[in-house]
Ligand binder design. Structure first.
Ligand code: GLA
Length: 394
């Protein structure tokens, strides 16, 4: 998490007011990729990278949003917020404001300082963390109360309708409802979830392939439309199939030959991934790490071969991890086409594992990977107003 004291002091310096600060985490997905928009299952964990949103009221009817990371600031009259994305960092916050306003929430004038340490474009959901932190800050300032599930849905709407990325609910949901030391198994249809403890002797090691990805446009949306094409075809045979959550491998065996070959593969990934994800949650809860690890490797193979959303660099990271002692499971995490792998590793060897992975990857690709040792962390929360203040005064 970024430095709270520094964020408070930057806001105070810039706007002359002591802010309230809200934190929303990034996430790593243990298993369940591209299943969320098919109403399926996902099992992410919130991580200890986060966005801080520091907010204070204004009296001049404007909204001023400042980014520490982008060293930039935008200023709008409260009644004339942009109605379209500008493909810049502030889209996520402005998108959230536009969704809130549509829903009838009164938006006050405010100054907002954003400060984040979620690596950008690495598949760790920096955008969801900005959306959720911004929404929590604005709701906090306006005194509006909203269930976290709805905050997640509104933030997803901002991403879909304003930013223009047709993502599912996973990232925003875990940024809202994640819990310290737990993974979260989410049923993306009912939005019911259960928290599964991550055993204390395991570490989440995240390896950044340094291959950048972006969701707005591009491959993510292509995959989504291929999945819709396959769903539509199955629905013609079995009208009760609303989304791939309702389809089975038997359906594919019967009707898959009517699909374009790549569409069949995309659907097979999602249908089998749903089964793997539920089984992985059961295995985690039962302490059956061998099964959990096997499912993670199978999920990676399916993501690589059927969904074709991996890249040679991520495949290399997974292959290297697999041969390291103490590695329970590894796979590419997030939207795909680059980004990070998640590795579940015995904590006693996590440092050695990271070092060996870094060296092996450097040797094989010439790329210097960033490797993060993360903890499963809490979802969005307000930072107690004394945190930072007391230390700031010292
Ligand atoms: C991105 C999206 C999520 C999900 C994943 C793939 O992170 O934001 O909704 O679809 O990709 O599992």
């Amino acid at each position: 998490m970024p430095n709270v004291i520094a964020t408070r002091s930057l806001h105070l310096e810039g706007f002359g007011q002591n802010p309230e600060i809200f934190a929303a985490p990034g996430r790593v997905n243990l298993i369940g990729e591209h299943t969320d928009y098919a109403d399926g299952f996902v099992m992410p964990a919130a991580i200890d990278f986060a966005t801080l949103a520091a907010i204070s009221p204004r009296t001049d009817n404007s909204i001023v949003i400042r980014s520490i990371n982008f060293e930039d600031e935008v200023n709008y009259p409260v009644d004339h917020l942009p109605t379209r994305a500008s493909h810049q960092w502030h889209d996520y916050t402005v998108g959230v404001l536009s969704v809130l306003r549509e829903a009838g929430v009164r938006i006050p004038a405010f100054s907002l300082t954003l400060n984040g340490d979620v690596p950008i474009g690495a598949g760790l959901s920096s955008s969801a963390s900005v959306e959720v932190a911004s929404m929590a800050a604005v709701l906090g300032l306006s005194g509006a109360d909203m269930p976290l599930t709805q905050v997640a849905q509104f933030c997803q709407r901002a991403e879909n309708r304003f930013v223009g990325a047709s993502t599912g609910i996973m990232d925003q949901f875990v940024a809202c409802c994640g819990a310290e030391d737990h993974a979260l198994l989410l049923d993306c249809r009912s939005l019911e979830y259960r928290l599964a403890p991550i055993p204390p002797h395991l570490s989440l090691v995240i390896a950044n392939s340094m291959v950048k990805h972006s969701h707005a446009g591009g491959e993510y949306n292509t995959r989504r439309s291929e999945v819709e094409e396959g769903t539509e075809l199955l629905r013609q045979h079995r009208p009760e199939i609303r989304l791939l959550r309702d389809a089975t491998v038997e359906d594919l065996a019967r009707w898959g030959k009517e699909m374009r070959p790549e569409v069949l593969k995309r659907c097979r990934h999602i249908i089998t991934e749903n089964t793997r994800t539920v089984a992985a949650a059961d295995a985690l809860e039962a302490g059956d790490l061998r099964t959990l690890g096997r499912l993670m490797y199978e999920a990676h193979a399916s993501y690589r071969d059927d969904f074709e959303a991996s890249c040679p660099e991520a495949d290399k990271l997974v292959e290297l991890a697999r041969h390291e002692p103490g590695c329970i499971g590894a796979r590419l995490t997030g939207g795909g086409f680059g980004g990070c792998t998640v590795n579940l590793v015995k904590s006693t060897v996590a440092e050695t594992f990271s070092e060996n992975l870094r060296k092996g990857y450097q040797k094989a690709t010439g790329i210097e990977a960033d490797i993060y040792l993360c903890h499963a962390s809490a979802g969005v929360h307000k930072i107690p107003s004394t945190e930072g203040e007391t230390q700031f005064a010292k």
